[in-house]
Design a protein around this ligand. Sequence first.
Ligand SMILES: NCC(=O)N[C@@H](Cc1c[nH]cn1)C(=O)O
Ligand SMILES: [Zn+2]
Ligand SMILES: [Zn+2]
Length: 478
Amino acid sequence: MANTVDKYFDLVDQNQQKFIETLREVVEIPSVSSDASKRGEVVRMGEWLQARWEQLGAQCKRIDPGKQILEGEELDLPPVILGQYGNDANKKTVLVYGHYDVQPALLEDGWATDPFTLVEMDDGRLVGRGSTDDKGPILGWLLCAETHKQAGLDFPVNLKFCFEGMEESGSEGLDAIIVDQADKWFKGTDVVCISDNYWLGKNKPCLTHGLRGVSYFHLQVEGPGADLHSGVFGGTVHEPMVDLVHLLSKLVDTNGRIQIPGIYDQVMPVTDEEELTYENLEFSHTALATDLKHDVIIHAEERDTLKHRWRYPTLSIHGVEGAFYSPGDKTVIPAKVKGKFSLRTVPNMEPKRVAELVTAFLEKEFAKLGSKNRMRVIETHGGRWWYSSPNHPNFVAGARATELVYGVKPDLTREGGSIPVTLTFEENLNVNVLLLPMGAADDGAHSINEKIDRRNYIQGIKLLGAYLHEVAVTDMTA
Ligand SMILES: NCC(=O)N[C@@H](Cc1c[nH]cn1)C(=O)O
Ligand SMILES: [Zn+2]
Ligand SMILES: [Zn+2]
């Protein structure tokens, strides 16, 4: 094994520039799943992946999950690309999951360069939307397999894959496909690996064994039939935006404490054993404040910041649809506005209970306003949290691979973000899931100037390959 892995590492080093060009090619496809006008691009990205894997000899199956209504338009959901690369009864089977859709990005959001053009900076940052979330990592699996084939190296496992184009928009349609395919396409899977999160800091790699869930809400307030002139109607009609601002202000206080009664009742208490997991991690407020460009950290202790990222629920307000947001001073009263917020959920919160509590609270608060407007709370998607033990041999394989590539033992972390289908894979395939991140804490996923460092991209391609080699020689039943 050592010989093959060393050869593989050498080849990855030799092909660095080619791998960056491949990343450039996919960053140029603006596969934004939340934007109806970009749906064709999302599909194009899925087709690109399928074609490239088929060229390599993988057997692929495209599943079209159905329709969705987005911005009032009925749209085809982007395809889920299932694949099988290798089918040797003497090898283990690893299922990898990733997503080929990305978050929206506009130059005017504050990007220094065009978000859909990959730019390599002097300091090694590869800047572009999707570079770290999640196009770099999904390319990692592909480039690993291509490199093995081109060099005639034995591929150590049978690889199954599942790539979706709706992760950034709630993974619509995917749960049903996983349930349906558990005994079909996914049959024979020994372990699952997902590379779609980040290190805790900038230097030390980690393995991740927990994710928060996400429950996303639209709070709609509707009043007159059309926008109004504020000089004529201000002070004489109930304004939807005023109601909305009042309601949004009730959800969470300025120190991040959620104000919805009952929301903390289902949260698992911290145990002494858990307290130990916050020790000796590569995480500091000084580094975090630098990444944030301004120290806006609420908590005094690092462990409290981590607890609020990993194991307590949080509520964030994301935006208002229908409100005036352009430059200039338009004197309008918007007729209908939609406030958008989400709660990150943790063990043992149930999405259904969360939705009930949120709705009951907002209805009560709205009634207090005495407004003649109409209010509706809509839960647009609810993804579940995931928590797993890091003692499984799958994690041992991940740790060995990390040591081989980076020369250090990885930290064990949980993640504040959500990958809703993680639990669906675990429950329906009855196998262990490992999260093996490629990118670093300061990559700026979902933000402006998203990047992956050249180092993390290239070493990450090695890491994914090394992990597959380690799985091949690790007893997964232990
Ligand atoms: N890299 C994982 C990720 O970014 N996940 C998203 C998932 C999501 C759910 N609803 C909208 N996006 C996240 O925000 O955590
Ligand atoms: Zn992602
Ligand atoms: Zn994301």
